[in-house]
Design a protein. Structure first.
Length: 144
């Protein structure tokens, strides 16, 4: 019997790969939320991605992006924090702040539209319902 299998190493390796896959998908979803928030609020994506606070507009767009990742993609606050490189309490604060901003009907309608759009997106790394494979060839006729 293989030593790794006897010690449960194979199962752990599989769990590690699954965790890495989920973290990668979370990062992709976070990037999509950043881009949607930046586009909708008229802020450069680079400003939203910056590690510091940046301008008030960039900070607000970042808060909206974290909120969208949590609500539209149903990610836990801890997963959003990891994907954005922030603390969980920062994500919680951002979500509360955006919820307060939703008292404005125009902002609320914009958030509803963004949530609906993001929920309609296919899962990261999937092409036409097929599971992603690293190094897999694209389907015939696809050039993107």
């Amino acid at each position: 019997m293989d030593i790794l299998r006897a010690r449960g190493g194979e199962g752990r390796a599989r769990e590690d790969r699954a965790g890495e896959d989920r973290a990668g998908e979370d990062r992709a979803r976070a990037q999509l939320a950043r881009q949607a928030a930046a586009f909708s609020l008229g802020v450069p994506v680079e400003a939203v991605q910056a590690s510091g606070r940046g301008t008030a507009a960039a900070a607000q767009a970042r808060q909206v992006a974290m909120y969208l990742a949590h609500i539209a993609f149903e990610m836990s606050l801890a997963r959003v924090a990891l994907a954005f490189g922030r603390d969980r309490s920062t994500v919680a604060y951002a979500c509360h702040k955006v919820e307060d901003m939703r008292d404005d009907p125009a902002f609320d309608a914009r958030m509803d539209d963004l949530e609906t759009s993001l929920r309609a997106m296919p899962a990261p790394g999937r092409v036409m319902g097929m599971p992603a494979r690293t190094g897999a060839p694209m389907a015939a006729g696809m050039s993107w």
